[in-house]
Design a protein around this ligand. Sequence first.
Ligand code: ZN
Ligand code: ZN
Ligand code: FE
Length: 766
Amino acid sequence: MPAPKTYKHIFVAGIVQGVGFRPFVFALAEKHHLQGWVRNSSAGVDIEIQGTSQDITLFLDEFPQSLPPLARIDHIQITDGTPIQQTDFQIIESQNIPGRFIPISPDIATCPNCISELLNPKDRRFRYPFINCTNCGPRFSIIQNIPYDRPNTTMHIFPMCQDCTDEYLDPNNRRFHAQPVACSECGPHVDFIMHHEVTATGDEAIGQARKLIMQGRILALKGLGGYQLVCDAHNPDAILAMRKKKNRDEKAFAVMAPSIPLIRQYCLINKYEEAILDSPQKPILILDQLPDNGLPNGLAPGLKTLGVMLPYTPLHILLSEPAPDFSDLLVMTSGNFSNEPIIYHDQIALQRLNPVCDGFLIHNRPVHIRMDDSVGRLERSHFYPIRRARGYAPNPILLAENVPQVFSAGPMLKNTFCFTRDQYAFISHHIGDLDNWEAWQSYREAIEHYQKLFCLDPQIVACDCHPDYPSTRFAQDFSKDRKLPLISVQHHHAHLASILAEHQLPKDEKIIAITLDGTGYGTDGAIWGGEILLGNGFGCHRLMHLDYAPLPGGDSSIHNPDRLALAYLWAAEIDWEPTLPAVAHCSPLAKELLISQLRSGLNILHTSSMGRLFDAVAAALGIRLTAGYEGQPAILLEAIADSQESSSYDLPVNENLWEWKPLFRAIIADLQSGTHPSTIAARFQNTLIETMYQSTRNLCKQHGIHKVGLSGGVWQNHTLLQKIIPALESDNIKVLTHQQVPPNDGGISLGQAWIAACMASGKQSE
Ligand code: ZN
Ligand code: ZN
Ligand code: FE
């Protein structure tokens, strides 16, 4: 007498397609002698199983524990099923429900199985630079439309050969339904181009590219999400040449090393950092350099850190392969000019990058959507994103609850945009600075693309309250064209809400947030950026802020740290002594103009920005006086600060104001008495940590709050972050930091979307 049968239906939502989910279910069902089927739907995966109750229990127990590496289950629903006639388990045809959507996997670094095949002379894909499987390879960067099937990817131009087809159709093969599957018979190939001519192809092309690099020259490489520029990281002349040609004066270059032991020769690295570097995302991770590691100063001028990554595509693995006569460290930077987005069209690359590089290593698999490398660092034991792109986008952020469909347009700099649907926030990959025309084009294209891929039809639009942001104007047009309500959100409220959203706090739970950044339009028309806020998704109050300082020429002062310092000196009533570095650096004419500007108040904005205070202090100390990249003075100040120094200054608190002027006077007095800038820089940071801590804990007590969020670009300062967290925690305050979106403006669109979703759902209960 056979045991009675049980029937179950399982519905799974999340990242469950294009990640080897159905073969996984198939194998598990076979293992436990179950009958039934599995199929993709437009909303997720449906599974019907039949077997003894013991087998079903075993199946369900094992299910969540042995998921394919790239799968992510956001929702699972198990209901009673119906009897099945069939006697085996099958993978059946997909079912499409119009209008439903499923998340799409980001591009994933080459997996260990594919790496060992790549390097195995007996494998048919030995040294094939486009090897991939269901667990790895390109995804988001090649998808043109949904459903995610090969004809809807840029791989449609490569018909599969018989061997690849067999693998693709075999549920027991690890390439079952791997859409980008290919081999040297049927797939894309690489070419080496020099002086407009293909001089080698395949392995020989890679060999020529390596030779070029070792000659101290510059290679343009077609990577995963666009072109990269590559040179030998040990060659100072090559680095210098790259900087000149790329029009990138001092911003640090990222490097690629073939393995973690090699990274260890140059940088300090702990087990958490190892895990992040070697994760399926393989981001650029910012590490502390070992002192005297012998690397050229030109890699990361003035910094003690270095952005490092491991090879994440087979082509990168082959290009950087260790050899006695080859460099163990390659500069690997975006193929672009200063602030433009990464170039990804072949024709444009061949034209525009030609004067920059000495040779091209290209391939014929088109990139559909440009994608930068992701960047971050370790914070406690988790990844702290600074730029969220390859490997992470377009993975949605899971929200605390289902929300209406919102489109939020994001900020101007480091732009991302965001769409919400159901319980998901689809925050875009890093788009860039919208004052750049190329980035602006890319922004509009990406918005179209996301709407199509995730079947989005937003009902509410959100934007920054800065009237002149291109994204604000885009949101205004978007809402007007579609007759949708437009909600404008204060910049730092959005920073606070980005913390709420990613930590899935309930809609009306209030937190205190220390929002420190460069610039954000305040509700009083001033430029904010150094505040403590109290709020939730519905609204917020400003509890504390830096006293206003004059900002000559508004945002342009970012590019003139010397003039900024002079304005702060003037406001703090400190004489412009010629011995002060900023005073000495400024031309007499510039000083004359500035003083009349400051006296008349003409073209002077007022700011509570912490980023600007950092810039002004850095310039006043002579750490950085001329235009570099945004935030450079602040970054250099952190880098030179003496970590052994423990004393601090006083930052007086006057009601809800931090009085920075007495602090500034103390700093200048210290400088004039001969104290070294590295000591002063450390004391300045110590002062901020102590004052922020004291003010925050007092406000938490006063308002009965136990959770504090840290958001805004200044929180990329690791010293501040590392010291304030344990201080607040010692008072039983839970500190919420970013883990999924950047603390800088890259996270703003998520906050805007969450606020709009809260507001649309009605007033809070109070
Ligand atoms: Zn693989
Ligand atoms: Zn093939
Ligand atoms: Fe900001």
